[in-house]
Ligand binder design. Structure first.
Ligand code: SPV
Ligand code: MG
Length: 285
């Protein structure tokens, strides 16, 4: 399913960020067919920095809840794999066990730092990172889509380095290439896509170049767009607003119309199904 979405060039597909099962359920209700388990958003919801402060076991626990609750294909942000090839393949095996559909591994060094912070983004050696990809591929084979994420543009190494890395990662078994950029326009990733010629499908994360219309990505033959952190940021803005109002007004009367009803929460999490199950299984008669 995720393989069909990411690896088919038929049409552009979208993955929506989820950082817990509730945000996943909301994305599903809106119509998204796949989710991005964002490292940044999951770390933030746990109160960690996006710098490998959360452990891989915390990540797989959150992913399990998202997968189990939404039953949508989930591409998991595996950062750099939490170490070397051995940690990466362990992570991939655990993610498969918890029902993830894919994992994205980035060519950063442990501990990573979020791509939008600071200038220190040392890249992994190409051969060493290719070994991480090969180990994951050999471990989870066809069960998990493997996306190789290139941080060369983030680290300021330029297009040639990005293209060399893309070729190496494709040869190491990557099913798709995620090319990341922190520029405010899409020029960089569009230029990558035009040189790369879809040798493997291209995945992008338009967090900083958010003004570009998706028609440009369709025209460029890009496979998948990840809306990487927008539920987490929307929730932050909404909670900030509501907390501010409640403390200022010493009451909740005026905010009631602006927040989700309890009925909406009960409906999202299918309390009706539990009521039907109780009728069926609780009655001893
Ligand atoms: C994430 O969502 O954690 C990502 C995307 O990796 S970014 O934060 O843009 O690096
Ligand atoms: Mg991340």
């Amino acid at each position: 399913m995720l393989r069909a979405q990411i690896c088919s060039n038929r049409d552009l597909s979208f993955l929506m960020e989820a950082h817990d099962a509730l945000s996943g359920a909301i994305a599903k209700r809106a119509g998204f067919k796949g989710l991005w388990a964002s490292g940044l958003a999951i770390a933030s919801s746990l109160g960690y920095r996006d710098a490998n402060e959360a452990s891989w076991s915390q990540l797989v626990d959150v992913v399990e809840r998202i997968v189990d609750s939404t039953e949508l294909p989930v591409l998991v942000d595996g950062d750099g794999g939490f170490g070397n090839f051995n940690n990466a393949r362990l992570l991939a095996r655990k993610l498969r066990q918890r029902g993830a559909a894919g994992v994205a591994l980035e060519d950063s060094c442990f501990p990573k730092m979020n791509s939008f912070i600071g200038d220190r983004h040392p890249l992994a050696d190409i051969d060493e990172f290719s070994g991480r990809l090969r180990a994951v591929k050999d471990t989870v084979a066809e069960d998990l889509v493997l996306v190789a994420r290139i941080e060369a543009l983030i680290a300021g190494h330029g297009m040639d380095e990005a293209l060399v890395r893309a070729s190496a990662y494709a040869a190491a078994g990557a099913d798709a290439i995620l090319i990341h950029s922190r520029k405010s326009t899409a020029d960089e990733i569009l230029s990558f896509a035009s040189s790369w010629q879809n040798h493997r499908p291209v995945v992008i994360v338009p967090t900083k170049y958010y003004r570009t219309p998706v028609s440009s990505y369709r025209d460029a033959g890009i496979s998948t767009v990840i809306w990487a952190n927008h539920s987490m940021r929307a929730a932050t803005a909404a909670m900030r607003h509501v907390c501010g109002r409640i403390i200022a007004e010493e009451g909740v009367a005026s905010i009631e119309p602006a927040i989700a009803t309890l009925e909406e929460i009960f409906e999202l999490l299918r309390y009706d199904e539990l009521a039907r199950a109780e009728e069926r299984y609780l009655d001893p008669g």
